[in-house]
Write a protein that binds this ligand. Structure first.
Ligand SMILES: C[S@@+](CC[C@H](N)C(=O)[O-])C[C@H]1O[C@@H](n2cnc3c(N)ncnc32)[C@H](O)[C@@H]1O
Length: 366
C-alpha cells in the first residue's frame, strides 16, 4: 500500500540529495549538538558519524495549518500578531509538498536511528492520518507501536457543528519491533483509584486488597497443581506460585483467612509499582508558553524515560523551544537539537541544557 501524491521522489533520489549536501564541517561525536538550519541539511551532515547511533527521536513538526506563528516579547501566542512580534515559523505548504517534506526527513531519521531506537511523531488529527501512512511506508507497518491520544487542552465549548477538539495524536514506531528500548515506566495510581482498589485497612493503618491464591488455567503436573494444606486447586485453575511460598506468606501474615477458611493473598497499596501507561495521555500544554506550540515538559520526560537509556542519544530535529532537549538533559541523556528558526534557537540557548556544540549551518560554525 502506498500513498500517491504529486512530486513524490524516489528514495534513491532523496539519498543522493543528502549525499550531495555533505560538506567538510567538524561535528564533535561525544557532545550534545545544536544545529541552526534546515533539518534535511543538518541530518545529511550527521549521516557519516551518527548513522545507527540515535536511540530516540521525538518530533513535533509544523502540522500544515496554513498559519504563521509569532513570538512577541510579552507572550508567545500561536497566531496573533502585534507590532513587536517576530515570526517564529511559518506553516504554509500544499498538502503534497507537506507530505513529501515530512517523508524526506523521516527517511534520513530512519538512517540515523539505532537498531533499538523508537520514534514519536506529534501531529494533529487533520493531517495525522496521512502522516501515519507515510510512516507505515518509511518504517514498515510491522514497526507501528501506538497511536497515542493526547488530551492537550480543556474542553472547547464554542459553537460549531462538530464535537469539540481536545486531543491530538502521537504516532509511535520502533526501528525494529520487539527490539526497541522499553523501560516499563509505571505511573502512580490516582488517589480515588487507590482508595477504590485498596479498600481495606489493616491494624497498622496500611491500605490493602486481597486476591485469590489461584489463577485461571489448569496445570496437569508440578507443584502448582497439587493441594496446599489439604485445600485442592479449584477446577480449571492453578496456584499462582509453588504452594511452599504460601507457607512463607502465611507466616508473614500476608494471607487473609475468611471465616469459612478461604485464604486470599494481601496486596498492599504502598507496595504497588504503579500502573502501566495506556495510550490516552493527559498532558496539557503550558498556559503561558515561551514559544508558540510549546509542548508539555512532563510528557517529554515520560517519553524519554520510557524509550531511552542513560547513554542514549535523543534527537528532536523540529526542536522549537527545546522542550525535548531540556528533558533529555534533565534525564542525563546526550541530545541533538535542530531548528531553522532564529527565534527558536534564541529561546533554546537560554535554557538549561548543559554543554553542547552549536553549529550554525546557515552561517559559520561556532
Ligand atoms: C511545532 S514547533 C515545535 C515546538 C516544540 N515541540 C516545543 O515544545 O517548543 C515546530 C518547529 O519546527 C521548526 N521547523 C520547521 N521546519 C523546519 C526545518 N525544515 N528544519 C528545521 N526546523 C524546522 C520550526 O521553526 C518550529 O520551531
Amino acid at each position: 500500500m502506498e500513498l500517491i501524491y504529486k512530486n513524490k521522489k524516489d528514495e534513491k533520489e532523496i539519498l543522493k540529495k543528502a549525499e550531495n549536501l555533505k560538506r567538510d564541517i567538524y561535528i564533535p561525536e561525544n557532545k550534545s549538538l545544536l544545529f541552526k538550519g534546515d533539518n534535511f541539511d543538518a541530518m545529511s551532515l550527521l549521516l557519516d558519524k551518527f548513522s545507527g547511533k540515535v536511540d530516540l527521536i521525538y518530533i513535533d513538526p509544523p502540522y500544515n495549518t496554513s498559519q504563521d506563528y509569532f513570538l512577541s516579547p510579552d507572550r508567545a501566542n500561536s497566531v496573533s500578531f502585534s507590532k513587536d512580534s517576530v515570526i517564529a515559523y511559518s506553516d504554509r505548504m500544499s498538502q503534497d509538498e507537506y507530505l513529501e517534506f515530512i517523508r524526506q526527513r523521516l527517511i534520513l531519521m530512519r538512517l540515523l536511528m539505532s537498531e533499538e531506537a523508537s520514534i514519536y511523531l506529534h501531529i494533529d488529527c487533520k493531517i495525522g492520518h496521512y502522516v501515519k501512512m507515510i510512516m507505515d511506508e518509511v518504517f514498515g507497518m510491522k514497526n507501528f507501536k501506538n497511536d497515542i491520544t493526547r488530551i492537550k487542552s480543556n474542553p472547547k465549548n464554542f459553537y460549531r457543528r462538530a464535537y469539540g477538539n481536545e486531543k491530538d495524536m502521537i504516532l509511535f514506531y520502533a526501528k525494529n519491533n520487539g527490539k526497541n528500548i522499553w523501560n516499563d515506566i509505571r505511573v502512580p495510581l490516582e488517589n480515588d483509584e487507590l482508595i477504590r482498589r485498596f479498600s481495606k485497612i489493616d491494624e497498622k493503618g496500611r491500605r490493602y486488597t486481597t486476591i485469590p491464591l489461584h489463577a485461571p488455567g489448569e496445570t496437569l503436573s508440578g507443584p502448582t497443581g497439587q493441594p496446599w494444606r489439604d485445600i485442592p486447586v479449584p477446577k480449571g485453575r492453578h496456584w499462582r506460585t509453588d504452594p511452599k511460598e504460601f507457607d512463607i506468606l502465611d507466616e508473614q501474615g500476608r494471607i487473609e483467612w475468611s471465616s469459612t477458611g478461604n485464604p486470599r493473598i494481601k496486596k498492599y497499596a504502598d507496595e504497588h509499582k504503579g500502573k502501566k501507561v495506556q495510550d490516552v495521555w493527559r498532558f496539557k500544554d503550558p498556559q503561558n508558553p515561551v514559544y508558540p506550540t510549546e509542548k508539555n515538559s512532563q510528557m517529554l520526560d515520560q517519553i524519554i524515560a520510557q524509550s531511552s537509556k542513560e547513554d542514549s542519544i535523543v534527537m528532536d530535529c523540529f526542536a522549537g523551544s527545546g522542550t525535548a532537549l531540556k528533558s533529555a538533559y534533565k534525564l542525563g541523556r546526550r541530545w541533538i537539537g535542530i531548528d531553522n528558526s532564529g527565534a527558536a534557537i534564541e529561546v533554546i540557548r537560554k535554557c538549561q541544557i548543559g554543554e553542547y556544540a552549536f553549529l550554525d549551518i546557515e552561517g559559520s560554525a561556532e
